[in-house]
Ligand binder design. Structure first.
Ligand SMILES: [Zn+2]
Length: 476
């Protein structure tokens, strides 16, 4: 019966698939996804990404990137898509496109760029992936089915399926398209930028900066651009070959350094502690005013909707997240879930805060899991700390799960509560100066090598001419 049905479904999908003309190549290609569906999928993925990754809270900057992107996109082969360009609050340098015209760039990448021409070359490249329908071509039937169900995960599938950390198709954003698609996106981006009057000679700088920045990637759920965009040397060489064909005499082309620098002046740099940060194994959240101690030596990650920690042997997971309702309501909802058997559940105080703690066993498709759930209230919010492992390993982890739950406490450390992110500050150098001399006079919160990187300079001895927009990093 099951097999019969899947044949029927397959037949249906095949019959719905139609031939469509690729907007870029003009070639006829098999399209499983109509433009309307493409936009709808893109909207879902984009909404998930905004929620999971978070946007930079700077209306002027968002409007600026939206304006530059829209200007390119409206002159592309697909001007009528609902184009949107957003800056994501993530320190890892990357940019990515969801189908249908939803494009994201991280603030980590903005920190590496020096001008509008560079920014536009990144946006143009991502627009190219959309206009050439690369992600649509790569979407398998399985992925489409998954999107509908909202399944899919960045954590190990076994545990995530249970832990309701569904990434809502986020993986669609971090596709690796393959060499040909990347070449095509580069070529399209180059053309879009050129047509809008930008100085495309700035393009190779972006690749070079990204290549140098590989080690900058922090604790993030976003892979770096280099991880999703391989072969940088080949691509730099290819762009340089194209630049040879530029007319020798060109009208002044737009670089847009002043405008760009004005927009990124003050942008957060590196991890943003307002969203929570780690000090060794202690997690502190200044905005929500709590702290929690994870086990030493576990691998931790601070995601937008949860903080997760994995055991060194990767056989246990602890997850902290906000849940609706009071601890009683949240616990009642949790312990009555289908497939879940509650052990002893009881109310207790945790560091003066009302809490409910209970053990449970849960049957998932892959395994029998066992764990401890802690629900604790602070300032009208309820936090759920969930620790679990495969049932046979639970005995070895139970005390750890309970200890993490009972370490939850109000954050009272004044310094931690006031902690702010480091910020980019742009200084125009009045006269020629080496980077190391500049750094001595205007100390930065990062090593001089990293400073060289964000200024696209070769190293500490590189010379900045008078009038150069120098970036420095201020903060603790
Ligand atoms: Zn690409």
């Amino acid at each position: 019966m099951t097999r019969m049905r899947s044949f029927l479904v397959l037949g249906l999908v095949t019959s719905l698939a139609a031939c469509a003309t690729n907007p870029v190549t003009g070639e006829r290609q098999l399209a499983l996804v109509s433009e309307g569906q493409e936009i709808e999928i893109g909207r879902q993925v984009a909404a998930g990404a905004e929620q999971q990754l978070g946007l930079v809270d700077d209306d002027a900057l968002q409007a600026y990137v939206q304006r530059l992107g829209t200007q390119l996109a409206e002159a592309s082969e697909r001007p009528d898509l609902p184009w949107s360009f957003r800056v994501v609050d993530d320190p890892t340098p990357n940019a990515f496109a969801a189908p249908g015209g939803f494009i994201f760039i991280t603030r980590g990448l903005l920190a590496l760029l020096r001008n509008e021409a560079e920014l536009v070359s990144i946006l143009g490249h991502e627009i190219g992936h959309v206009t050439a329908r690369h992600s649509v071509a790569m979407m398998s039937r399985a992925q489409l089915a998954q999107l509908g169900l909202g399944i899919g995960s960045i954590i190990s599938p076994t545990v995530a399926q249970f832990g309701d950390l569904a990434a809502g198709g986020l993986q669609l954003l971090f596709l690796r398209y393959g060499r040909d698609a990347e070449r095509q996106a580069d070529d399209l981006g180059y053309r879009y930028a050129l047509e809008q009057g930008y100085d495309v000679r700035e393009m190779p700088n972006v690749f070079a900066a990204l290549q140098q920045s590989a080690e900058l990637a922090g604790q993030s759920q976003v892979p770096s651009w280099l991880a999703t965009h391989p072969y940088p040397e080949e691509r730099i060489a290819r762009i340089k070959r194209q630049l040879v064909d530029l007319p020798a005499v060109v009208e002044p082309r737009r670089i847009g350094e002043d405008d760009y620098m004005a927009r990124i002046d003050g942008l957060a740099y590196g991890e943003n502690p307002r969203n929570g940060y780690f000090e060794a194994n202690r997690f502190l959240h200044p905005d929500l005013a709590f702290q929690l101690d994870f086990p030493r030596d576990w691998r931790t990650q601070n995601l937008a909707q949860a903080v997760v920690a994995g055991s060194p042997r990767e056989d246990a997971l602890i997850q902290l997240m906000l849940v609706p309702g009071t601890p009683e309501e949240a616990a009642n909802r949790f312990f009555v879930q289908e497939g879940l058997t509650a052990g002893r559940v009881r109310s207790q105080g945790i560091n003066g805060l009302p809490a409910i703690v209970g053990a449970f066993q849960a049957q998932t498709e892959q395994a029998q899991l066992a764990g401890v759930a802690t629900f604790v209230a602070l300032e009208g919010r309820t936090y759920r700390i969930l620790g679990y492992s495969p049932a046979p390993r639970f005995a070895g982890y139970e005390s750890t799960f309970r200890a993490v739950g009972t370490s939850f406490a109000r954050l009272t450390n004044v310094e931690a509560l006031a902690r702010q992110p480091r910020r980019l500050s742009v200084v125009r150098v009045p006269r020629e100066v080496t980077l190391s001399e500049f750094d001595r006079r205007n100390p930065s919160a990062i090593p001089v090598e990293e400073l060289a990187l964000i200024n696209q300079l070769a190293g500490p001895q590189a010379v900045m001419p008078a009038g150069f927009h120098a970036k420095r990093i201020i903060g603790h």
